[in-house]
Each structure stands twice: as structure tokens, then as C-alpha cells.
Design a protein around this ligand. Structure first.
Ligand code: SAM
Length: 632
């Protein structure tokens, strides 16, 4: 449930939990500009930088964020990317968020964009994306100490907020401020409105040189500081490789993984060549006529559940930004049939959220044409998507060039004779050079195996059946998932499409359709949705249905592999593959994770979840031993 807010008669929001007001009477944006932006030397400090990373404690109504975003928009020399990472234990409701911004016409439009993505805020990290992905807000929902432990990046500015130190001492404790100081590099500036002695002392003890500055009336003072410790800063863990500068990158493979990586890198200023072995993009497993997007849920909110939720949020933003709803994708929600007893949700999930999956209601079952005693979950963040449309939209972004019929057989490192340093080249099977780049990303599904033979990749064959909907057919409007899945009402040039599938056939590379798989898919449809099976039976009997086969690529533990190919090539050749049958859920998340690691940006996921996708877990044992040399 959202945090309740007391609205005082003068319009100032107050927290009953902390017995304190959220903002001063002088107005939150004025405070944000004077105390926080001004205290950190912004916007001037970001001139000439490719990115700017801000850490804030206490998101509240996001007015500091909105003011910063507005300043970024207005600044002619803004950095290409603005990262704002904020920690909040008690998120307010969407209505309160809008109400707080209602008094500030300059910010209200931005607040509406924020409110549109203000959903599903369960404990953990949530990456919100604005202005074509150039303003990235990472909301870390949870207690400040735990969230600081889970996040890792070098902040350029730090905003300390979070009610008064008297009312909320935990937010300002020396432990919290010590944890905050771990985000500072030499020169990072910190700002806050309080000049409480304990805060000044703790900041000073942790390496900040602090000074009092004139406050925003009626406050006399505010606090500014710069991280300049008198000692040599040593961070725990291995020394990270230097952050990458945007240059030229070759991405091998134009499926969901490769196209998403290309888009994430192009957004950061890279010139990207996407090399595809086939005739055109989206021909491998990503060539599925239509796919389903639905989160994994489990009673213990297992790793996969948390990963798919983060992934779907990332994909959803791209769908909204780049595709036409109703044609390329549709936010239908998804109904998932479960076996009796297998429909448990985490105990703390409640009917009005922030979770976005619930037990399906009787009307939902009825509308989907299922019996009232069917056991099912309803995923509000569920959709059908045409993967080829998403891939095409990504590949059309500025900075990306696609070259089809280019099969990469070898990757080599060469030294430039003109002293320009080392470059990577990719060659075809005859040794001819296809392209040259600063970095390479292998995202070729099962084809990645030829370039990364040491990784244990597994082929998983999948067959689906599809056809055009008979006139007047009453197939369910929302996709049904369970043992197999059914999607219908997908508009195409030929008519409305339905699709059922998919099989899951390990270690098979055979792309020829099999009649036995068609029967298997029909049998499952019969159990999943008997009415739909009866309706489509004549089409199957007349041979009017079509089969499509794709070979997915999976890792040993079924999670994607994102990371360096080996310790020796950590600053050059990376892998982003093994998305299995969850390409729609994972492609954007993996691409953003790769880009964040290359550029030392805040991670879109808590460190442990990011680790669960790290390709280094699948390195051969002798490589793992070298791992210390390449922390990224
Ligand atoms: N920066 C905000 C803005 O621009 O609107 C205002 C922040 S408000 C004064 C302080 C916020 O800190 C509240 O939303 C509160 O819920 C949050 N907070 C307080 N204690 C916290 C804790 N221990 N961990 C995380 N967040 C906390």
C-alpha cells in the first residue's frame, strides 16, 4: 500500500510516520535548485561530460528529480545521459505524486510522465526511462542502508534528503553517511539543507570537506561538501577496468538480444554495425510471429521472478516509446492457468498492489472463456508483442547500421601500425575482414557457439502452430498462458492471427516442422482452453494451420549470459546471449546491464541480481581464477 500523506491546509504535505513536512514553505523546486543543484555546482558541473550520475537519499514526491530533469532539458550543454538514483522506503501514491507537483506548472508535465511509470513499486530496484532513454531514474525501494549496499556506482553528485535528522536519525546516521561516501569519487559534491552538527561531522569523517552556505530563506544556511579525503581511497574488491568511451562497436546477430544491445549502445553515442548471418534481421528464434510477455511469479519471489519483472518493465518502456499499440503489440494483460495448489503468491502481495499479478477474478475467467473453477493468475503487466517489429524499430535508430548475409567466423585483435592502439576485427570463414571496431558483442543465439566455444550453450527447439482467425471466431481477447499458451486477435496484413505453442525440445537444431509436435501443441491447447481447441479443430483438420520452428539458445542454469568472453578480452569482446524462450523479457534488461557495465553507470538491478546474469559464472574454471583481474 502507498504511504499515506497528510495534506495540510496550506498545501504542504506532511508525513505522520516521521511527524515532519516533506518540503519547506519556500517550495520544493526552489529548494531543489538552490540547495541541491546549486550546492553541487549544477548545472555548470556537467558541462562537457558524457553522463552525469546523481545519488539521492529520500525520493519523496520526486521534486528534486523533476527539477534536475527540467534543468537538464533546458541546458544547451547537457550530458548525453542523466542518471538519477534515488532511495525510498515508503513510496507515495501516484495521485499524491501528481498533487505535489500540481502547484508547479513548469514541472507538471514531467510529473505526469513520471506518474505514468509509477507502478509496481515492490521492494527492489525499478528503472524508469524518459526522453528516449537519456534520462534514467533508478528507484531503489527499501531501507536506505540495504539499498546502498545493493547499488554500486560512482556518483558525480549526492543529494542528502530525508526529513530532519531529529525526526529521522537513521537516515543521517554515521553508518548511512559512511555508506553514502562509498559512492563518491574525488571531487564528488554533496549537498543538503541541514547543517546539523552530527551530519557535518559524519561527512567530514568520511572524507568530505564541508562548508556552510547561505540557505534558501527562511532557512539561514545549507550545507555543501566535496569529497577530498586526506587519505588514499581504497575500495573493496577488484579494481574495475576504465570506463569505455563511445566508439565503434560490432554486434554479432540481429535478433532481440543483438538489436537491443545496438539500441542501448547507440543511445550512448556508439556507432554500431550489426552483422547478421541470415538474409535479414529477426530470422532466428526472434522470428516468432507473435510472442507473449508475462512475468514469472513464485511464492518466494524467486530470482527468476524478480528478474522477469525488471525485464518486463524495461521492455514495456521500449514498446510504449517505439511501437504502435494495437498493431505491433498490445497491453492485454495475461491470464495464466495453474494447477490447484500451484497458484500461491508471495504472502505480502495484496489486492491493490504494488504487485501487478493477482489471482484471477471470476469475471476475468468468464471473459477469457474459462470455467469458474479454473485456477489462474492475472498478470496486469502482460502483453502480446511482434518481436520483428521491435527489432526493426531498434535497428532503425540513429547510429546503427545493419549488414545482412555477414557470417562472422573469427574475431581477432590487431595492433594499428599508426599507433592508434589495438582494435578488434571480425572475419568471415575465408578470412576476409568484415568490420573493425573498438568492441564486439556476440549476441548470435546458438550461432554464438562458434565464437564462444568455451561457453556451454544449449539449443532448445520450439515449434508453434498458427493461423488466421476464422470469421466471427470467439477466441479469448487476452493471451492465456499455462502448459503452453494461446494468443489471438493479432492484426496482420492477411487478417487476425492466432498462435499456440510452444514445444521445448532440448539439444535439437532441426528447424523442419514435425507433425508430432503439431499434435502435441493441439493436445495442450485442448487442456489449456477447450473451447478454443474446438473452434480451431476444423482449421487443423483442413490443414489450414502453419507451423513455425525456432532454435532458442539457453545457458546451463537457463539465465542469460551478459559479460566478457574471457579475462583477457574484458575490455573488448562481450557476450549477450542465452535469453532462452524469454527474449522479450530479457533483451532490454541485458542490453542496459551491458551498457551500464561498460560505462560505469548505475546498474538497473541490485548487485546480486546483476551477478545472476553475469557471463563470468559460466567461464571455464581456469578463467574464473583470473576473474579478479577484470571487475566490471
Ligand atoms: N527528495 C524528496 C523530493 O524531492 O520530493 C523529498 C524527500 S522527503 C523529505 C524524505 C523521504 O525519505 C520520504 O519520502 C521518506 O519516506 C524517505 N525515507 C525516510 N527514511 C527512510 C529510510 N530509512 N530509507 C529510505 N527512505 C526513507
Amino acid at each position: 500500500m502507498a504511504e499515506p500523506v497528510d495534506w495540510r491546509a496550506d498545501g504542504i504535505p506532511r508525513s505522520a510516520r516521521f511527524d515532519d513536512i516533506y518540503h519547506t514553505e519556500s517550495g520544493a523546486p526552489a529548494q531543489a535548485s538552490h540547495v541541491f543543484l546549486g550546492g553541487c555546482g549544477l548545472p555548470g558541473a556537467w558541462v562537457g561530460q558524457s553522463k552525469w550520475r546523481i545519488l539521492e537519499t529520500g525520493f519523496g514526491f520526486g521534486l528534486n528529480f523533476l527539477t534536475t530533469w527540467q534543468a537538464w532539458r533546458a541546458h544547451p550543454q547537457r550530458p548525453r545521459l542523466l542518471h538519477f538514483v534515488s532511495i525510498e522506503a515508503f513510496p507515495v501514491s501516484r495521485d499524491d505524486l501528481l498533487r505535489a507537483a500540481a502547484g508547479y506548472p513548469d514541472l507538471f508535465g514531467l510529473a505526469e510522465s513520471l506518474a505514468a511509470q509509477w507502478h509496481g513499486l515492490l521492494p527492489g530496484f525499478h528503472r524508469l526511462s524518459f526522453d528516449e532513454g537519456r534520462v534514467l531514474l533508478t528507484l531503489c525501494i527499501g531501507d536506505v542502508q540495504a539499498m546502498l549496499r545493493a547499488q554500486r556506482f560512482e556518483a558525480d553528485s549526492i543529494f542528502l534528503d530525508g526529513f530532519s535528522p531529529q525526526r529521522n536519525p537513521a537516515m543521517w546516521s554515521s553508518e548511512t553517511l559512511k555508506a553514502v561516501s562509498r559512492f563518491a569519487r574525488r571531487g564528488t559534491r554533496v549537498a543538503t539543507w541541514t547543517i546539523a552538527r552530527a551530519v557535518c561531522d559524519a561527512l567530514a569523517q568520511n572524507g568530505f570537506q564541508v562548508t556552510k552556505a547561505p540557505g534558501l530563506p527562511p532557512k539561514r544556511d545549507c550545507l555543501q561538501g566535496v569529497f577530498e579525503p586526506a587519505w588514499q581511497v581504497r575500495r573493496r574488491g577488484p579494481v574495475p577496468l576504465p570506463a569505455a568511451e563511445a566508439g565503434r562497436c560490432v554486434v554479432v546477430g540481429a535478433g532481440l538480444a543483438g538489436a537491443a544491445v545496438a539500441a542501448s549502445l547507440a543511445r550512448r553515442g556508439w556507432e554500431v554495425d550489426v552483422l547478421e548471418a541470415a538474409e535479414r534481421p529477426a530470422t532466428g528464434a526472434s522470428g516468432l510471429p507473435v510472442g507473449m510477455l508475462a512475468p514469472h511469479v513464485s511464492p518466494d519471489d524467486a530470482l527468476l521472478s524478480r528478474l522477469t519483472r525488471a525485464g518486463i518493465r524495461a521492455t514495456w518502456q521500449q514498446l510504449e516509446q517505439l511501437l504502435a499499440e494495437g498493431e505491433d503489440w498490445r497491453a492485454t494483460g495475461v491470464l495464466e492457468r495453474r494447477a490447484t495448489g500451484d497458484d500461491r503468491l508471495p504472502g505480502e502481495w495484496i489486492a491493490d498492489g504494488p504487485n501487478e499479478s493477482w489471482h484471477a477474478s471470476l469475471p476475468q475467467l468468464g471473459e477469457a472463456g474459462l470455467p469458474p473453477d479454473a485456477v489462474a493468475l492475472w498478470h496486469a503487466r502482460g502483453a502480446w508483442v511482434r518481436p520483428s517489429r521491435l527489432i526493426a524499430a531498434w535497428l532503425a535508430l540513429p547510429g546503427i547500421r545493419v549488414r545482412a548475409r555477414c557470417r562472422v567466423a573469427r574475431i581477432e585483435r590487431i595492433e594499428h601500425i599508426d599507433g592508434k592502439g589495438k582494435r578488434w576485427v571480425v572475419r568471415d570463414a575465408n578470412g576476409a575482414m568484415l568490420a573493425e571496431a573498438d568492441r564486439i558483442v556476440i549476441a548470435g543465439g546458438m550461432e554464438s557457439h562458434a565464437l564462444a566455444p568455451e561457453f556451454p550453450l544449449q539449443a532448445v527447439r520450439g515449434q508453434v502452430e498458427w493461423g488466421l482467425m476464422p470469421a466471427g471466431a470467439r477466441l479469448p481477447a487476452t493471451p492465456i498462458n499455462g502448459d503452453g499458451h494461446l494468443i489471438a486477435h493479432v492484426p496482420t496484413a492477411e487478417g487476425r492471427l492466432w498462435l499456440v505453442g510452444a514445444t521445448f525440445d532440448r539439444d535439437s537444431n532441426d528447424v523442419a516442422p514435425r507433425a508430432s509436435d503439431t499434435e502435441f501443441n493441439r493436445g495442450r491447447l485442448n487442456r489449456l482452453h477447450p473451447d478454443a481447441a474446438a473452434l480451431l479443430a476444423p482449421a487443423f483438420a483442413r490443414g489450414e494451420t502453419r507451423a513455425w520452428v525456432g532454435i532458442r539458445c539457453a545457458s546451463g542454469d537457463r539465465r542469460p549470459l551478459v559479460g566478457p568472453l574471457s579475462s583477457g578480452s574484458a575490455d573488448g569482446v562481450w557476450l549477450c546471449t542465452a535469453l532462452g524462450s524469454r527474449g522479450l523479457s530479457f533483451a532490454v534488461l541485458c542490453a542496459e546491464l551491458l551498457a551500464a557495465r561498460w560505462h560505469h553507470e548505475p546498474l538497473p538491478l541490485p548487485a546480486k541480481l546483476a551477478q545472476a546474469l553475469d557471463a563470468r559464472r559460466a567461464w571455464p574454471a581456469d578463467e574464473k581464477a583470473q576473474r579478479l583481474a577484470s571487475a566490471m
